[in-house]
Design a protein around this ligand. Sequence first.
Ligand SMILES: *Cc1c(COP(=O)(O)O)cnc(C)c1O
Length: 377
Amino acid sequence: MSPSAAGSSVRVPFADFGSAYAARRKEIDAAVARVIASGSFILGPEVEAFEGAFSRFLGVDHVIGCGNGTDAIALMLLAAGAGPDDEVVVPANACVPVAAGVRLSGARLRLADVDAGTLTLDPEAVDRAAGPRTRFVLAVHLYGGVADLDGLQAVAERRGLTLLEDCAQSHGAAWKGCRTGSFGAAAAFSFYPTKNLGAFGDGGAVATRDPEIARRLRSLRQYGWSRRDFAETEGRNSRLDELQAAILGAKLPALEEDNARRRAVAAFYDEALADLPLTLLSTRPGSVSAAHLYPVRSGRRDAVRETLEGAGVETGIHYPTPLHLQPAYAFLGHRRGDFPVSEQAAETVLSLPLHPRLTGPQVEAVVSGIRGFFGAA
Ligand SMILES: *Cc1c(COP(=O)(O)O)cnc(C)c1O
C-alpha cells in the first residue's frame, strides 16, 4: 500500500467546528437566543453563571472572565502584584501569546528551557534562570499535558517565587486528582475557538483561590472601577461578553467527555506509532492530559508533513519558532543555542489531527499515512 493510497479516500481536517457545533446545537442555539432576547450583552447573568460553573469544574473559589487568554495572563500578573522590575520565568518552547501576555503586564520576561519528554518547563532550568529580580514562574501546560507542578512548586518555594499557571491548552487536565488551574496562585485560561473549551470568538478567564487577586481582577478588567464610574486603579477593558459566556456554558458539560475522546485518539496514536522512528510526547505519571494537541517529533518533519498532506491529512506545527528567536523579543539578547531542547522541538514537531469527533477511518488514515512514509505500512 503506497502512502497516498492509504488515506486517499478519507480527508482528515485538523479541526472540525461543524461537527463540534452539531453535537451541542440545541443547547448553543438556545443560549444565543436567550442572550439576544435579554438585551444584556456585557457582564450580566451569563458571565456570572459561567464563572460559577467553571469555578466548580476547576475546584477553585473564583473565576473571572476576561477578553482573551493573552489578557488573562497580563491581568493575572497585574492582580498578583507584578511590576515593571519583576521577572516572570516562562518556557522558551511556547506560543507567542505567552510572552505577549507577560509583556502586556509590564513585567520582564525570563526564559528557561523545557524537558525533552513533555516539552514543558524544566524546574532545574527555572532554578538556573532565576535571578534577584525573578518573582513569578508561569507553568504552561502545553499540548494539554501537565507541567512538572511538584518540581516547579519546590523551586518556587526555595527561591521565594509565586507559581502561576497558563491553562490555555489544559482545560480539564489533572494532576494528583486536582484540575490544572487549581495549583498556582492564579491560572490563565483562553477560550479561543480551537481550545478544548472554545467560544465562537475570543474569550478568556483567570481562576484563583485568592479573594484579593479576584477582587483586583474584577476591577482591572473594567477600567479599574471599584464601583460604577469610580476608578480605584488604572484598568483596561477586557471583558468576557454575554454571548460567549452563554455559549461556553452550553459547551462546558461536554468538556469531560470530549477530553476522554481526545485521550482515546492519543492512546491509539501512541500504540500505532510506537515502533516508528518518531519521538512521542511523554505523559507525566499521575497526570491526566487534556490531549489538546498530539505532537510527534521527527528529523524528517517537513517530508512527513508533505506526505500526509498528499494523503488528505492536515497537520500543524506547534511551534515553529521558540520565543527567544522571535524578532519581537530580540531585546532579551538571546542567541540560537541558548535553549537547545526548545530549538530542537521547533525544528522537529508535527501535530497530528486530534479532536473529539475524529472517526475511526480518519484516525486510521493518519496512522497509515505515517506508517507508509516510513515504509512500515
Ligand atoms: C491560546 C493560548 C494563549 C492565548 O490565548 P488567546 O485567547 O489567543 O489570547 C496563551 N497561552 C497558550 C499556551 C495558548 O495556547
